[in-house]
Design a protein around this ligand. Sequence first.
Ligand code: IPE
Ligand code: MG
Length: 230
Amino acid sequence: MDGNGRWAKERYLPRVLGHRSGLKAVRKSVEFCHQNNIQFLTLFAFSSENWRRPIEEVSFLLALFQKSLEEEVAKLDKNNVRFKMIGDRSKFSTKLQDLIQEAERLTQDNTGLTLTVAANYGGRWDIVNAAKQAALSGHVELSEDVLSQYLQLQFAPEPDLLIRTGGEVRISNFVIWDLVYTELYFTDVLWPDFEIKHFYEALSHYSGRDRRFGRAGVDQEVLSENTVDP
Ligand code: IPE
Ligand code: MG
Protein backbone atom coordinates (compact mmCIF):
# COMPACT_ATOMS: atom_id res chain seq x y z
CA MET A 1 0.00 0.00 0.00
CA ASP A 2 2.42 2.64 -1.23
CA GLY A 3 1.98 6.33 -1.97
CA ASN A 4 0.30 7.77 1.13
CA GLY A 5 3.06 10.32 1.68
CA ARG A 6 3.06 11.54 -1.91
CA TRP A 7 -0.75 11.73 -1.91
CA ALA A 8 -0.55 14.09 1.07
CA LYS A 9 2.33 16.09 -0.40
CA GLU A 10 0.39 16.73 -3.60
CA ARG A 11 -2.27 18.36 -1.42
CA TYR A 12 0.18 20.31 0.78
CA LEU A 13 -0.92 18.17 3.73
CA PRO A 14 1.24 16.48 6.40
CA ARG A 15 2.24 12.90 5.45
CA VAL A 16 0.21 11.41 8.29
CA LEU A 17 -3.01 12.62 6.67
CA GLY A 18 -2.03 10.50 3.70
CA HIS A 19 -1.99 7.49 6.02
CA ARG A 20 -5.40 8.42 7.37
CA SER A 21 -6.73 8.54 3.81
CA GLY A 22 -4.98 5.27 3.12
CA LEU A 23 -7.12 3.65 5.81
CA LYS A 24 -10.24 4.56 3.80
CA ALA A 25 -8.75 2.74 0.82
CA VAL A 26 -8.13 -0.26 3.09
CA ARG A 27 -11.82 -0.33 4.06
CA LYS A 28 -12.86 -0.21 0.39
CA SER A 29 -10.53 -3.04 -0.58
CA VAL A 30 -11.60 -5.22 2.34
CA GLU A 31 -15.24 -4.65 1.44
CA PHE A 32 -14.54 -5.40 -2.21
CA CYS A 33 -12.87 -8.73 -1.35
CA HIS A 34 -15.63 -9.61 1.08
CA GLN A 35 -18.33 -8.94 -1.52
CA ASN A 36 -16.54 -10.72 -4.33
CA ASN A 37 -15.66 -13.89 -2.49
CA ILE A 38 -11.91 -13.28 -2.57
CA GLN A 39 -10.69 -15.46 0.24
CA PHE A 40 -7.34 -14.01 1.19
CA LEU A 41 -6.24 -10.39 1.30
CA THR A 42 -2.84 -9.58 2.79
CA LEU A 43 -1.96 -5.93 3.32
CA PHE A 44 1.61 -4.73 3.78
CA ALA A 45 1.02 -1.99 6.33
CA PHE A 46 4.38 -1.54 8.06
CA SER A 47 7.70 -3.06 7.10
CA SER A 48 10.55 -3.90 9.44
CA GLU A 49 12.42 -1.02 7.74
CA ASN A 50 9.67 1.55 8.40
CA TRP A 51 11.04 2.12 11.93
CA ARG A 52 13.64 4.28 10.16
CA ARG A 53 10.98 6.95 9.55
CA PRO A 54 10.59 9.97 11.84
CA ILE A 55 9.29 8.97 15.27
CA GLU A 56 6.12 11.06 14.82
CA GLU A 57 5.18 9.16 11.68
CA VAL A 58 5.92 5.76 13.21
CA SER A 59 3.85 6.65 16.30
CA PHE A 60 1.00 7.82 14.10
CA LEU A 61 1.00 4.59 12.07
CA LEU A 62 1.02 2.42 15.20
CA ALA A 63 -1.74 4.51 16.79
CA LEU A 64 -3.78 4.20 13.58
CA PHE A 65 -3.34 0.42 13.66
CA GLN A 66 -4.42 0.33 17.31
CA LYS A 67 -7.46 2.56 16.70
CA SER A 68 -8.53 0.48 13.69
CA LEU A 69 -8.38 -2.69 15.77
CA GLU A 70 -10.37 -1.07 18.56
CA GLU A 71 -13.04 0.26 16.23
CA GLU A 72 -13.33 -2.20 13.36
CA VAL A 73 -12.78 -5.74 14.61
CA ALA A 74 -16.38 -6.23 15.75
CA LYS A 75 -17.58 -5.32 12.26
CA LEU A 76 -15.05 -7.67 10.66
CA ASP A 77 -16.29 -10.44 12.92
CA LYS A 78 -19.91 -9.71 12.04
CA ASN A 79 -18.95 -10.06 8.36
CA ASN A 80 -17.37 -13.48 8.96
CA VAL A 81 -13.85 -12.10 8.32
CA ARG A 82 -10.92 -13.93 9.91
CA PHE A 83 -8.25 -11.47 11.06
CA LYS A 84 -4.56 -12.40 11.12
CA MET A 85 -1.35 -10.50 11.65
CA ILE A 86 2.06 -11.49 10.30
CA GLY A 87 5.35 -9.95 11.39
CA ASP A 88 7.32 -9.56 14.60
CA ARG A 89 4.75 -8.28 17.08
CA SER A 90 7.17 -8.39 20.02
CA LYS A 91 8.28 -4.81 19.24
CA PHE A 92 4.75 -3.45 19.75
CA SER A 93 3.30 -2.10 23.00
CA THR A 94 1.60 -4.67 25.23
CA LYS A 95 -1.70 -2.94 24.54
CA LEU A 96 -1.32 -3.35 20.76
CA GLN A 97 -0.14 -6.95 21.12
CA ASP A 98 -3.20 -7.73 23.25
CA LEU A 99 -5.55 -6.15 20.72
CA ILE A 100 -4.00 -8.16 17.88
CA GLN A 101 -4.25 -11.37 19.85
CA GLU A 102 -7.83 -10.66 20.84
CA ALA A 103 -8.81 -9.86 17.22
CA GLU A 104 -7.26 -13.12 16.04
CA ARG A 105 -8.94 -15.08 18.81
CA LEU A 106 -12.36 -13.53 18.26
CA THR A 107 -12.35 -14.17 14.51
CA GLN A 108 -10.41 -17.45 14.33
CA ASP A 109 -13.39 -19.61 13.36
CA ASN A 110 -14.76 -17.25 10.73
CA THR A 111 -14.94 -18.79 7.29
CA GLY A 112 -15.15 -15.76 4.98
CA LEU A 113 -12.30 -13.50 3.91
CA THR A 114 -8.99 -13.98 5.72
CA LEU A 115 -7.65 -10.45 6.19
CA THR A 116 -3.97 -10.48 7.07
CA VAL A 117 -2.09 -7.36 8.09
CA ALA A 118 1.68 -7.49 7.70
CA ALA A 119 3.15 -5.21 10.34
CA ASN A 120 6.79 -5.02 11.41
CA TYR A 121 7.11 -7.62 8.70
CA GLY A 122 10.13 -8.41 6.52
CA GLY A 123 10.42 -11.28 4.06
CA ARG A 124 13.99 -12.11 5.09
CA TRP A 125 13.06 -12.02 8.77
CA ASP A 126 10.21 -14.43 7.98
CA ILE A 127 12.55 -17.00 6.41
CA VAL A 128 15.17 -16.77 9.18
CA ASN A 129 12.45 -16.91 11.82
CA ALA A 130 10.95 -20.02 10.17
CA ALA A 131 14.36 -21.72 10.12
CA LYS A 132 14.86 -20.91 13.82
CA GLN A 133 11.39 -22.22 14.73
CA ALA A 134 11.96 -25.39 12.72
CA ALA A 135 15.27 -25.98 14.50
CA LEU A 136 13.70 -25.31 17.90
CA SER A 137 11.01 -27.86 17.07
CA GLY A 138 13.69 -30.48 16.50
CA HIS A 139 14.05 -30.49 12.71
CA VAL A 140 17.64 -31.33 11.89
CA GLU A 141 17.18 -31.49 8.11
CA LEU A 142 15.59 -28.47 6.51
CA SER A 143 13.54 -28.85 3.36
CA GLU A 144 11.11 -26.57 1.55
CA ASP A 145 8.18 -28.48 3.03
CA VAL A 146 9.53 -28.22 6.58
CA LEU A 147 10.32 -24.52 6.30
CA SER A 148 6.91 -23.77 4.77
CA GLN A 149 5.23 -25.00 7.93
CA TYR A 150 6.94 -22.30 9.98
CA LEU A 151 6.55 -19.34 7.64
CA GLN A 152 4.21 -16.57 8.71
CA LEU A 153 1.73 -17.24 5.89
CA GLN A 154 1.55 -21.00 6.50
CA PHE A 155 -2.22 -20.68 7.03
CA ALA A 156 -2.78 -19.30 3.52
CA PRO A 157 -2.27 -20.57 -0.01
CA GLU A 158 0.53 -18.91 -1.99
CA PRO A 159 -0.71 -15.52 -3.23
CA ASP A 160 -2.12 -15.44 -6.77
CA LEU A 161 -1.69 -11.72 -7.29
CA LEU A 162 0.45 -8.96 -5.79
CA ILE A 163 -0.72 -5.40 -6.33
CA ARG A 164 1.74 -2.62 -5.58
CA THR A 165 0.45 0.94 -5.79
CA GLY A 166 2.50 4.13 -5.90
CA GLY A 167 4.61 3.49 -9.01
CA GLU A 168 7.64 1.69 -7.53
CA VAL A 169 8.45 -1.58 -9.25
CA ARG A 170 9.98 -3.63 -6.45
CA ILE A 171 9.05 -6.11 -3.71
CA SER A 172 10.61 -4.19 -0.80
CA ASN A 173 11.08 -7.24 1.45
CA PHE A 174 7.45 -8.38 1.33
CA VAL A 175 6.69 -12.11 1.49
CA ILE A 176 9.58 -13.17 -0.75
CA TRP A 177 9.29 -16.94 -0.17
CA ASP A 178 5.58 -17.11 -0.95
CA LEU A 179 5.72 -14.80 -3.97
CA VAL A 180 7.84 -16.98 -6.25
CA TYR A 181 4.93 -17.77 -8.61
CA THR A 182 2.72 -14.83 -7.78
CA GLU A 183 1.64 -12.60 -10.63
CA LEU A 184 2.95 -9.08 -10.05
CA TYR A 185 0.91 -5.97 -10.85
CA PHE A 186 2.28 -2.46 -10.48
CA THR A 187 0.23 0.68 -10.81
CA ASP A 188 1.09 4.38 -10.52
CA VAL A 189 -2.14 5.02 -8.60
CA LEU A 190 -1.28 6.25 -5.09
CA TRP A 191 -2.75 4.03 -2.37
CA PRO A 192 -5.33 6.57 -1.03
CA ASP A 193 -6.65 6.90 -4.61
CA PHE A 194 -6.98 3.14 -5.08
CA GLU A 195 -10.65 2.59 -5.88
CA ILE A 196 -12.77 -0.44 -6.75
CA LYS A 197 -12.27 0.29 -10.46
CA HIS A 198 -8.51 -0.03 -9.95
CA PHE A 199 -9.02 -3.34 -8.17
CA TYR A 200 -11.04 -4.53 -11.18
CA GLU A 201 -8.25 -3.36 -13.51
CA ALA A 202 -5.72 -5.42 -11.53
CA LEU A 203 -7.98 -8.49 -11.58
CA SER A 204 -8.63 -8.13 -15.28
CA HIS A 205 -4.88 -7.93 -15.90
CA TYR A 206 -4.44 -11.05 -13.74
CA SER A 207 -7.09 -13.02 -15.62
CA GLY A 208 -5.13 -12.51 -18.84
CA ARG A 209 -1.97 -14.10 -17.46
CA ASP A 210 -0.82 -17.55 -18.43
CA ARG A 211 0.30 -19.23 -15.21
CA ARG A 212 2.61 -22.13 -15.95
CA PHE A 213 4.43 -22.68 -12.64
CA GLY A 214 7.55 -23.74 -14.53
CA ARG A 215 5.73 -26.08 -16.90
CA ALA A 216 5.77 -25.78 -20.69
CA GLY A 217 2.96 -23.77 -22.22
CA VAL A 218 -0.04 -25.67 -23.60
CA ASP A 219 0.81 -24.68 -27.19
CA GLN A 220 4.45 -25.60 -26.84
CA GLU A 221 5.39 -28.70 -28.81
CA VAL A 222 7.00 -31.17 -26.39
CA LEU A 223 9.60 -33.44 -27.97
CA SER A 224 9.38 -37.02 -26.88
CA GLU A 225 12.58 -38.76 -25.79
CA ASN A 226 12.77 -40.64 -29.10
CA THR A 227 12.79 -37.50 -31.19
CA VAL A 228 15.53 -35.71 -29.23
CA ASP A 229 18.77 -35.68 -31.12
CA PRO A 230 21.36 -37.12 -28.69
C1 IPE B 1 2.41 4.05 2.70
O1 IPE B 1 2.97 4.88 1.79
C2 IPE B 1 3.30 2.95 3.20
C3 IPE B 1 3.31 2.83 4.68
C4 IPE B 1 4.43 2.62 5.32
C5 IPE B 1 2.08 2.91 5.44
P1 IPE B 1 4.29 5.76 2.04
O2 IPE B 1 4.24 6.40 3.39
O3 IPE B 1 5.48 4.92 1.76
O4 IPE B 1 4.10 6.86 0.91
P2 IPE B 1 5.20 7.52 -0.03
O5 IPE B 1 5.95 6.40 -0.70
O6 IPE B 1 6.07 8.37 0.84
O7 IPE B 1 4.38 8.31 -1.00
MG1 MG C 1 6.63 4.58 0.07
